[in-house]
Write a protein that binds this ligand. Sequence first.
Ligand SMILES: Nc1ncnc2c1ncn2[C@@H]1O[C@H](COP(=O)(O)OP(=O)(O)OP(=O)(O)O)[C@@H](O)[C@H]1O
Length: 339
Amino acid sequence: MISFREVGKTFPGPKGAGPVRALDGVDLEIEEGSITGVIGWSGAGKSTLARLVNALALPTEGEVWVRGHHTSSLGERGLRELRGEVGMIFQQFGLLSSRTVTGNVAYPLRIAGWSRERRGPRVTELLEFVGLADKARQYPARLSGGQKQRVGIARALATSPSVLVADEATSALDPETTREVLALLRRVNRELGTTILVITHEMEVVSSLCDRVVVMADGRVIEEGTVHAVFSAPREDATRRFVQGALRDRPGPETVARLRRRFPGRLVTVGVGDDGEQEAVTDALAAHRDVRTVIVYGGISELAERPVGSITYALEGDPAAVDALVADLAAHARVEEPA
Ligand SMILES: Nc1ncnc2c1ncn2[C@@H]1O[C@H](COP(=O)(O)OP(=O)(O)OP(=O)(O)O)[C@@H](O)[C@H]1O
Protein backbone atom coordinates (compact mmCIF):
# COMPACT_ATOMS: atom_id res chain seq x y z
CA MET A 1 0.00 0.00 0.00
CA ILE A 2 2.74 2.45 1.00
CA SER A 3 6.38 1.86 0.32
CA PHE A 4 9.39 3.98 1.34
CA ARG A 5 12.57 2.97 -0.45
CA GLU A 6 15.80 4.42 0.92
CA VAL A 7 14.07 7.72 1.47
CA GLY A 8 16.05 10.78 2.51
CA LYS A 9 14.82 14.32 3.03
CA THR A 10 17.20 17.22 3.53
CA PHE A 11 16.03 20.77 4.22
CA PRO A 12 18.22 23.82 3.77
CA GLY A 13 19.17 24.81 7.32
CA PRO A 14 18.64 28.21 8.94
CA LYS A 15 21.02 30.98 7.88
CA GLY A 16 24.58 30.24 8.85
CA ALA A 17 23.85 26.61 9.74
CA GLY A 18 24.23 23.48 7.64
CA PRO A 19 21.36 21.57 6.01
CA VAL A 20 18.91 19.61 8.21
CA ARG A 21 18.66 15.90 7.53
CA ALA A 22 15.03 15.19 8.50
CA LEU A 23 14.92 11.65 7.03
CA ASP A 24 17.84 9.38 6.36
CA GLY A 25 17.67 6.02 4.54
CA VAL A 26 14.10 5.16 5.51
CA ASP A 27 12.86 1.79 4.22
CA LEU A 28 9.30 0.99 5.14
CA GLU A 29 6.42 -1.13 3.89
CA ILE A 30 2.89 -0.39 5.12
CA GLU A 31 0.43 -3.22 4.48
CA GLU A 32 -3.07 -2.63 3.17
CA GLY A 33 -5.67 -2.62 5.96
CA SER A 34 -3.11 -2.20 8.77
CA ILE A 35 -2.93 0.43 11.49
CA THR A 36 0.70 1.45 11.85
CA GLY A 37 2.00 3.82 14.49
CA VAL A 38 5.06 5.97 13.84
CA ILE A 39 6.47 7.03 17.19
CA GLY A 40 9.45 9.18 18.07
CA TRP A 41 10.54 12.15 20.14
CA SER A 42 10.28 15.68 18.82
CA GLY A 43 12.42 16.23 15.74
CA ALA A 44 12.66 12.52 14.86
CA GLY A 45 11.21 13.15 11.39
CA LYS A 46 7.67 11.83 11.89
CA SER A 47 5.78 14.77 10.39
CA THR A 48 8.15 14.91 7.44
CA LEU A 49 7.45 11.22 6.82
CA ALA A 50 3.68 11.87 7.01
CA ARG A 51 3.88 14.73 4.50
CA LEU A 52 5.67 12.51 1.99
CA VAL A 53 2.70 10.11 1.86
CA ASN A 54 0.36 12.54 0.11
CA ALA A 55 3.15 14.39 -1.69
CA LEU A 56 2.80 17.55 0.40
CA ALA A 57 6.59 17.16 0.31
CA LEU A 58 8.83 15.09 -1.95
CA PRO A 59 11.91 13.10 -0.91
CA THR A 60 15.33 14.43 -1.83
CA GLU A 61 16.56 10.82 -2.16
CA GLY A 62 14.85 7.51 -2.73
CA GLU A 63 11.25 6.83 -3.64
CA VAL A 64 7.83 6.90 -2.00
CA TRP A 65 5.12 4.75 -3.55
CA VAL A 66 1.46 4.96 -2.55
CA ARG A 67 -0.92 2.50 -4.17
CA GLY A 68 1.18 2.26 -7.29
CA HIS A 69 1.77 6.03 -7.52
CA HIS A 70 5.41 7.12 -7.46
CA THR A 71 4.97 10.43 -5.65
CA SER A 72 7.94 12.19 -7.27
CA SER A 73 6.79 11.63 -10.85
CA LEU A 74 3.15 12.64 -10.70
CA GLY A 75 1.57 15.15 -13.05
CA GLU A 76 -1.26 17.41 -11.94
CA ARG A 77 -3.87 14.70 -12.51
CA GLY A 78 -1.84 12.00 -10.77
CA LEU A 79 -1.32 14.33 -7.82
CA ARG A 80 -5.06 14.97 -7.59
CA GLU A 81 -5.70 11.21 -7.68
CA LEU A 82 -3.12 10.62 -4.95
CA ARG A 83 -4.60 13.33 -2.70
CA GLY A 84 -8.00 11.62 -3.12
CA GLU A 85 -6.43 8.34 -1.98
CA VAL A 86 -4.83 9.82 1.14
CA GLY A 87 -6.90 11.58 3.80
CA MET A 88 -5.13 13.57 6.53
CA ILE A 89 -6.07 14.71 10.02
CA PHE A 90 -4.03 17.07 12.16
CA GLN A 91 -3.45 18.06 15.77
CA GLN A 92 -5.06 21.49 15.29
CA PHE A 93 -7.94 20.03 13.22
CA GLY A 94 -7.43 22.49 10.32
CA LEU A 95 -11.14 23.34 10.00
CA LEU A 96 -12.40 26.41 8.13
CA SER A 97 -13.92 28.64 10.81
CA SER A 98 -16.12 30.52 8.32
CA ARG A 99 -17.91 27.35 7.22
CA THR A 100 -20.36 25.13 9.04
CA VAL A 101 -19.63 21.50 9.85
CA THR A 102 -21.43 20.56 6.60
CA GLY A 103 -19.42 23.14 4.65
CA ASN A 104 -16.15 21.76 6.05
CA VAL A 105 -16.98 18.14 5.25
CA ALA A 106 -18.28 19.06 1.77
CA TYR A 107 -15.15 21.08 0.96
CA PRO A 108 -12.97 18.25 -0.44
CA LEU A 109 -15.95 16.99 -2.43
CA ARG A 110 -16.34 20.41 -4.07
CA ILE A 111 -12.65 20.40 -4.95
CA ALA A 112 -13.06 16.91 -6.41
CA GLY A 113 -15.90 18.22 -8.58
CA TRP A 114 -18.90 16.56 -6.92
CA SER A 115 -22.25 18.17 -7.79
CA ARG A 116 -24.35 19.73 -5.02
CA GLU A 117 -26.90 16.90 -5.41
CA ARG A 118 -24.28 14.23 -4.73
CA ARG A 119 -22.54 16.17 -1.96
CA GLY A 120 -25.60 16.46 0.30
CA PRO A 121 -26.27 12.74 0.90
CA ARG A 122 -22.53 12.00 1.18
CA VAL A 123 -22.05 14.63 3.89
CA THR A 124 -25.07 13.30 5.80
CA GLU A 125 -23.67 9.78 5.60
CA LEU A 126 -20.25 10.93 6.85
CA LEU A 127 -21.68 12.96 9.74
CA GLU A 128 -23.77 9.98 10.81
CA PHE A 129 -20.69 7.78 10.70
CA VAL A 130 -18.78 10.08 13.06
CA GLY A 131 -21.84 10.71 15.26
CA LEU A 132 -22.29 14.41 14.47
CA ALA A 133 -25.48 14.48 12.40
CA ASP A 134 -27.01 16.92 14.91
CA LYS A 135 -24.13 19.41 14.51
CA ALA A 136 -24.41 19.80 10.72
CA ARG A 137 -25.27 23.51 10.88
CA GLN A 138 -22.91 24.51 13.68
CA TYR A 139 -19.70 26.46 13.17
CA PRO A 140 -16.44 24.89 14.43
CA ALA A 141 -16.04 27.52 17.18
CA ARG A 142 -19.08 26.03 18.94
CA LEU A 143 -17.65 22.49 19.00
CA SER A 144 -15.47 20.72 21.59
CA GLY A 145 -11.99 19.51 20.62
CA GLY A 146 -13.20 15.93 20.20
CA GLN A 147 -16.11 17.05 18.00
CA LYS A 148 -13.75 19.17 15.89
CA GLN A 149 -11.50 16.17 15.35
CA ARG A 150 -14.50 14.06 14.36
CA VAL A 151 -15.38 16.70 11.75
CA GLY A 152 -11.73 16.48 10.63
CA ILE A 153 -12.09 12.72 10.28
CA ALA A 154 -15.38 13.02 8.34
CA ARG A 155 -13.73 15.54 6.01
CA ALA A 156 -10.67 13.33 5.54
CA LEU A 157 -12.91 10.37 4.65
CA ALA A 158 -15.14 12.33 2.25
CA THR A 159 -13.54 11.06 -0.96
CA SER A 160 -13.27 7.47 0.42
CA PRO A 161 -9.48 7.45 0.65
CA SER A 162 -7.73 4.11 1.01
CA VAL A 163 -5.19 5.65 3.41
CA LEU A 164 -5.74 7.92 6.40
CA VAL A 165 -2.74 9.70 7.91
CA ALA A 166 -3.28 11.03 11.44
CA ASP A 167 -0.53 13.48 12.46
CA GLU A 168 -0.66 13.91 16.27
CA ALA A 169 -4.45 13.81 15.87
CA THR A 170 -5.12 13.35 19.59
CA SER A 171 -2.27 15.39 21.07
CA ALA A 172 -4.52 18.38 21.79
CA LEU A 173 -7.25 16.27 23.42
CA ASP A 174 -7.83 15.12 27.00
CA PRO A 175 -7.49 11.38 27.78
CA GLU A 176 -11.23 10.61 27.64
CA THR A 177 -11.71 12.40 24.30
CA THR A 178 -8.53 10.78 23.01
CA ARG A 179 -10.07 7.36 23.70
CA GLU A 180 -13.23 8.33 21.79
CA VAL A 181 -11.26 9.50 18.77
CA LEU A 182 -9.09 6.37 18.83
CA ALA A 183 -12.24 4.22 18.96
CA LEU A 184 -13.55 6.08 15.92
CA LEU A 185 -10.29 5.50 14.04
CA ARG A 186 -10.52 1.80 14.89
CA ARG A 187 -14.05 1.75 13.38
CA VAL A 188 -12.77 3.51 10.26
CA ASN A 189 -10.20 0.74 9.88
CA ARG A 190 -12.53 -2.18 10.63
CA GLU A 191 -15.68 -1.00 8.84
CA LEU A 192 -14.23 0.88 5.89
CA GLY A 193 -10.99 -1.10 5.53
CA THR A 194 -8.94 2.12 5.51
CA THR A 195 -5.20 1.72 6.02
CA ILE A 196 -4.18 4.07 8.84
CA LEU A 197 -0.83 5.66 9.57
CA VAL A 198 -0.71 7.25 13.02
CA ILE A 199 2.04 9.76 13.81
CA THR A 200 2.44 10.27 17.54
CA HIS A 201 4.79 10.79 20.46
CA GLU A 202 2.33 9.06 22.81
CA MET A 203 2.94 5.39 23.49
CA GLU A 204 -0.67 4.93 24.70
CA VAL A 205 -1.97 5.89 21.25
CA VAL A 206 0.17 3.21 19.65
CA SER A 207 -0.51 0.53 22.23
CA SER A 208 -4.28 0.98 22.20
CA LEU A 209 -4.79 1.47 18.46
CA CYS A 210 -2.00 0.08 16.31
CA ASP A 211 -1.08 -3.39 15.02
CA ARG A 212 2.43 -2.41 14.08
CA VAL A 213 4.85 0.26 15.23
CA VAL A 214 7.77 2.05 13.64
CA VAL A 215 10.12 3.80 16.08
CA MET A 216 12.02 6.78 14.66
CA ALA A 217 15.01 8.70 15.96
CA ASP A 218 17.19 11.25 14.13
CA GLY A 219 15.41 10.68 10.83
CA ARG A 220 15.93 6.92 10.89
CA VAL A 221 13.75 3.91 11.58
CA ILE A 222 15.42 2.33 14.61
CA GLU A 223 12.90 -0.44 15.39
CA GLU A 224 9.90 -1.87 13.66
CA GLY A 225 7.49 -4.76 14.18
CA THR A 226 4.25 -5.74 15.91
CA VAL A 227 3.36 -3.49 18.82
CA HIS A 228 3.77 -6.35 21.27
CA ALA A 229 7.11 -7.56 19.91
CA VAL A 230 8.68 -4.08 19.86
CA PHE A 231 7.36 -2.80 23.20
CA SER A 232 7.70 -6.00 25.22
CA ALA A 233 11.40 -6.35 24.37
CA PRO A 234 12.67 -2.94 23.22
CA ARG A 235 16.18 -3.06 21.75
CA GLU A 236 16.90 0.66 21.50
CA ASP A 237 17.18 3.30 24.21
CA ALA A 238 14.57 5.58 22.62
CA THR A 239 12.05 2.71 22.51
CA ARG A 240 12.83 1.75 26.09
CA ARG A 241 12.11 5.32 27.21
CA PHE A 242 8.66 5.22 25.58
CA VAL A 243 7.81 1.91 27.20
CA GLN A 244 9.13 3.03 30.58
CA GLY A 245 7.22 6.32 30.36
CA ALA A 246 3.95 4.50 29.75
CA LEU A 247 4.29 1.42 31.96
CA ARG A 248 6.22 2.97 34.87
CA ASP A 249 6.97 -0.60 35.91
CA ARG A 250 10.68 -0.19 36.68
CA PRO A 251 11.96 1.72 39.69
CA GLY A 252 14.05 4.81 38.89
CA PRO A 253 17.45 5.39 40.59
CA GLU A 254 15.97 7.25 43.59
CA THR A 255 13.38 4.54 44.19
CA VAL A 256 16.06 1.85 43.89
CA ALA A 257 18.14 3.63 46.57
CA ARG A 258 15.08 3.85 48.83
CA LEU A 259 14.21 0.15 48.27
CA ARG A 260 17.79 -0.86 49.09
CA ARG A 261 17.56 0.99 52.41
CA ARG A 262 14.24 -0.64 53.25
CA PHE A 263 14.86 -4.22 52.06
CA PRO A 264 18.04 -6.09 52.90
CA GLY A 265 17.80 -8.59 49.99
CA ARG A 266 19.16 -8.49 46.45
CA LEU A 267 16.92 -6.52 44.06
CA VAL A 268 15.97 -8.33 40.85
CA THR A 269 13.56 -7.13 38.15
CA VAL A 270 11.81 -9.93 36.29
CA GLY A 271 10.07 -9.24 32.98
CA VAL A 272 6.48 -10.33 32.50
CA GLY A 273 5.72 -11.62 29.03
CA ASP A 274 3.12 -14.10 27.90
CA ASP A 275 1.30 -16.48 30.26
CA GLY A 276 3.76 -19.38 30.08
CA GLU A 277 6.58 -17.13 31.23
CA GLN A 278 4.64 -15.94 34.25
CA GLU A 279 3.81 -19.49 35.31
CA ALA A 280 7.45 -20.53 35.07
CA VAL A 281 8.47 -17.56 37.22
CA THR A 282 5.85 -18.41 39.86
CA ASP A 283 7.04 -22.04 39.86
CA ALA A 284 10.68 -20.98 40.25
CA LEU A 285 9.84 -18.72 43.20
CA ALA A 286 7.85 -21.52 44.85
CA ALA A 287 10.61 -24.08 44.29
CA HIS A 288 13.24 -22.00 46.13
CA ARG A 289 11.73 -21.88 49.59
CA ASP A 290 15.11 -21.16 51.12
CA VAL A 291 14.94 -17.63 49.68
CA ARG A 292 12.59 -15.05 51.18
CA THR A 293 10.86 -13.22 48.31
CA VAL A 294 9.25 -9.81 48.70
CA ILE A 295 7.54 -7.95 45.83
CA VAL A 296 8.78 -4.36 46.14
CA TYR A 297 7.87 -2.66 42.84
CA GLY A 298 6.31 -3.38 39.46
CA GLY A 299 3.53 -3.02 36.97
CA ILE A 300 1.79 -5.15 34.40
CA SER A 301 -0.18 -3.68 31.49
CA GLU A 302 -1.69 -5.01 28.34
CA LEU A 303 -0.20 -4.48 24.92
CA ALA A 304 -2.05 -5.82 21.91
CA GLU A 305 -4.19 -7.75 24.42
CA ARG A 306 -1.16 -9.51 25.91
CA PRO A 307 0.50 -8.85 29.26
CA VAL A 308 3.72 -6.86 29.46
CA GLY A 309 5.67 -5.26 32.29
CA SER A 310 7.92 -6.35 35.12
CA ILE A 311 8.01 -7.12 38.81
CA THR A 312 10.92 -6.20 41.08
CA TYR A 313 11.65 -8.54 43.98
CA ALA A 314 13.91 -8.29 47.00
CA LEU A 315 15.46 -11.76 47.42
CA GLU A 316 16.84 -12.50 50.84
CA GLY A 317 18.77 -15.59 51.93
CA ASP A 318 22.06 -17.41 51.67
CA PRO A 319 23.94 -15.85 48.67
CA ALA A 320 24.35 -19.23 46.95
CA ALA A 321 20.63 -19.94 47.31
CA VAL A 322 19.77 -16.48 45.93
CA ASP A 323 22.18 -17.08 43.00
CA ALA A 324 20.45 -20.39 42.24
CA LEU A 325 17.01 -18.73 42.25
CA VAL A 326 18.20 -15.88 39.99
CA ALA A 327 19.66 -18.43 37.55
CA ASP A 328 16.38 -20.34 37.58
CA LEU A 329 14.38 -17.14 36.92
CA ALA A 330 16.77 -16.11 34.13
CA ALA A 331 16.16 -19.45 32.41
CA HIS A 332 12.49 -18.54 31.97
CA ALA A 333 12.26 -14.72 31.81
CA ARG A 334 14.21 -11.52 31.28
CA VAL A 335 16.02 -10.73 34.52
CA GLU A 336 17.77 -7.45 35.27
CA GLU A 337 19.35 -6.07 38.40
CA PRO A 338 18.72 -2.37 38.95
CA ALA A 339 21.98 -0.38 38.79
N1 LIG B 1 10.27 22.83 6.25
C1 LIG B 1 11.35 22.60 6.98
N2 LIG B 1 12.47 23.36 6.83
C2 LIG B 1 13.58 23.13 7.56
N3 LIG B 1 13.69 22.14 8.48
C3 LIG B 1 12.62 21.37 8.67
C4 LIG B 1 11.39 21.55 7.96
N4 LIG B 1 10.50 20.61 8.37
C5 LIG B 1 11.14 19.89 9.31
N5 LIG B 1 12.40 20.32 9.49
C6 LIG B 1 13.40 19.74 10.43
O1 LIG B 1 13.45 18.35 10.21
C7 LIG B 1 13.58 17.63 11.44
C8 LIG B 1 12.43 16.66 11.59
O2 LIG B 1 11.22 17.40 11.76
P1 LIG B 1 9.79 16.72 11.88
O3 LIG B 1 8.80 17.83 12.07
O4 LIG B 1 9.58 15.78 10.77
O5 LIG B 1 9.95 15.91 13.24
P2 LIG B 1 8.83 15.31 14.19
O6 LIG B 1 9.34 13.99 14.61
O7 LIG B 1 7.52 15.36 13.50
O8 LIG B 1 8.85 16.29 15.41
P3 LIG B 1 7.65 17.09 16.11
O9 LIG B 1 6.90 16.05 16.87
O10 LIG B 1 8.36 18.07 16.99
O11 LIG B 1 6.87 17.73 15.00
C9 LIG B 1 13.64 18.68 12.53
O12 LIG B 1 15.00 18.95 12.81
C10 LIG B 1 12.98 19.90 11.88
O13 LIG B 1 13.48 21.10 12.44
